[in-house]
Write a protein that binds this ligand. Structure first.
Ligand code: AMP
Length: 567
């Protein structure tokens, strides 16, 4: 069987995979039967654990477990996991491989071609790191699709005849994106996109963790890493709880004392006000770029797990004077839309008349200097060549001239961003071009920028006098993958074995038991120890029916203990 179109939402907190089958997108469950696979990686005795089991180990094996690495994509960070260090792209490739495995088992065919979603606001380095993660996972990346665009596809694809302007607000675990789209006559067009790559649900968790800390009268910065992790774990559960209830109580152990901390929705909203304010900046910028007023918007869609917070829904409703929609589970929309995008690329008949166009979220240009009236020069200025929100693919040429007739070379530095000063923008790469020696005048040169449909950029400079062309390689910070480098990195990663799939459910429970053991004290701890002993012994007996029965019982008991800590 040939593979159906596949879309992957490689999220900061959770990742999902979906396939476009029988004319519609559908999510694929993992070995635990769940759609959400936590984007967490852990190493245990040379074995690689990805997903829920790894997430439980965040608390008990902090030096061997890592989450939120999407936030480091495109940087040169090397993240230590046990004895080895991995790049964020390598860690992401572990998650991608896991999703691929789940999809292959579920669909019964080999998976190679995928569409992967990225935050619209991902810059060049972050996009290239995602491309690299796919390569490392042995996947052929057909396209990067912007997350809000994917979400809009999931919502809009059934209404291809409608004429609608809509705004997508996407707040995931680590990133925030806003996009304005128009659906007209089957054409879905992104009009503007903006966001904040360093703002997400985890920042709200941090606010709540610090509120707990304040209430037990301990300075946050003086807490050890383990205690901070414990408060964050409580805060994460509490945050979800007060999305449904007005308040909750968290029990915290500190130096033999137990504190009962009451958290209310209103207090949380008050503490998170600065984060909500930050969200308004990209929202306003997007509205400005398309010259839209709130009343021009037909629909507002909420995407990303963190949009379940009532404070966010209120903020959006108040700001736009319109209630937002969330008919599709906010965690599912992006993955569903990514496989719709894959189906569009595969020209699936179910999507005959739908066309999708996207825009570049950033302005891209080069650094220039200016001569001012009295002959003085000002350097470090930004001259955009492709302005933000230009439809993709886009190709634009900028014409420039050197400042000096005697100049022997010109340094072309490419930046993306919206500031007039390059120092405040992101540097993508630079290139020194030697100029012809015999020259009387200043040299003219052109810089061609080409943005492809995945939002990836190519740059070429042409000298006016000789017509000589110079391609500029965008530094990917996370180095370009030559075939040798790829083979070397794959070899390093191959030393890690994946546990057999049938063990995953049990392994995940073992990790949870370990986490709850570490969190509890006194008699609770003894109860957890009893559970660990009985589960280990039933695992030894290898009777699947008995294992399932005991596992079910233990899960119920653990739920009760977790509820005791946050209720
Ligand atoms: P995503 O990256 O879209 O999976 O979103 C994950 C983020 O959504 C995490 O920060 C979660 O804590 C947050 N989240 C999920 N469910 C809820 C909820 N019911 N209330 C508040 N935040 C939530």
């Amino acid at each position: 069987m040939s593979q159906p179109p596949i879309g992957i939402d490689l999220g900061t907190t959770n990742s999902l995979v979906s396939a476009f089958v029988d004319g519609k997108p559908q999510l694929i469950p993992n070995a635990l039967g769940e759609f959400l696979t936590p984007s967490v990686v852990s190493i245990s005795d040379g074995e690689l654990i990805v997903g829920k089991g790894a997430r439980e180990r965040l608390f008990t094996h902090r030096d061997k477990t890592i989450s939120l690495f999407k936030r480091k994509m495109g940087t040169q960070s090397q993240i230590k996991l046990g004895a080895e260090a991995y790049s964020p792209a390598e860690l992401s490739s572990f998650v991608l491989s896991k999703l691929r495995q789940d999809a292959e088992l579920y669909l019964g065919c080999e998976i190679r071609d995928v569409v992967v979603s990225v935050p619209a606001y991902f810059n060049q380095q972050q996009r290239r790191a995602t491309q690299e993660a796919c390569k490392l996972a042995g996947l052929n990346l057909l396209r990067l699709v912007n997350e809000p665009t994917a979400a809009a596809l999931a919502y809009g694809v059934h209404e291809k005849d409608a004429e609608t302007q809509f705004l997508v607000v996407d707040l995931g675990g680590g990133t925030f994106d806003v996009t304005i789209l128009e659906m007209f006559d089957g054409v879905m067009e992104v009009k503007a996109s903006s966001g904040d790559a360093f703002l997400g649900g985890e920042d709200f968790t941090e606010v709540l963790a610090k509120q707990i800390c304040e209430k037990i009268e301990r300075p946050w910065h003086k807490l050890g890493g383990q205690f901070q992790a414990e408060l964050r774990a409580h805060a994460e559960i509490a945050k979800v709880k007060i999305s449904n209830e007005e308040s909750c109580t968290v029990k915290v152990f500190d130096k033999q004392e137990i504190y009962e901390v009451k958290l209310t929705r209103d207090e949380f909203a008050e503490g998170a006000k600065p984060l909500l304010q930050r969200m308004l900046i990209p929202i306003e910028r997007c509205m400005y770029d398309v010259s839209l007023k709130s009343e021009d918007l037909d629909r507002i869609l909420l995407v990303g797990g963190a949009t379940r917070m009532p404070m966010l829904r209120h903020m959006v409703a108040k700001h736009f004077g319109k209630f937002p929609e969330f008919n599709i589970d906010p965690d599912h929309a992006v993955a569903l839309g990514a496989s719709v995008q894959a189906a569009l690329l595969a020209e699936d008949r179910a999507l005959d008349d739908v066309v999708m166009t996207d825009v570049s979220p950033f302005s891209v240009g080069i650094e220039i200097g200016r001569e001012v009236a009295d002959g003085r020069r000002v350097s470090g200025l930004f001259s955009p060549i492709i302005e933000r929100n230009t439809p993709l693919p886009a190709s634009r040429v900028g014409s420039f001239q050197t400042l000096d007739a005697k100049q022997q070379e010109v340094l072309i530095s490419v930046y993306q961003g919206e500031s007039a000063y390059v120092a405040d923008n992101i540097k993508l790469g630079q290139y020194t071009v030697k100029l012809p020696r015999k020259r009387k005048d200043k040299e003219y040169f052109e810089v061609l920028l080409v943005y492809d449909t995945s939002g990836l950029l190519e740059v070429e400079a042409t000298l006016g006098s000789s017509g000589e062309k110079h391609g500029l390689i965008i530094e990917t910070l996370s180095e370009d993958l030559s075939p040798e480098k790829l083979a070397e990195r794959l070899e390093k990663m191959r030393t890690l074995k994946s546990p057999p799939r049938e063990n995953e459910v049990n392994q995940s429970l073992v990790a949870r038991l370990d986490r709850v053991y570490a969190m509890t004290r006194g008699s609770d701890r003894q109860r957890v120890l009893d559970m660990i002993a009985s589960f280990e012994s039933v695992l030894d007996q290898r009777d699947p029916v008995e294992i399932d029965r005991i596992r079910g019982e233990i899960e119920q008991m653990l739920n009760r203990i977790d509820d005791f800590y946050v209720s």
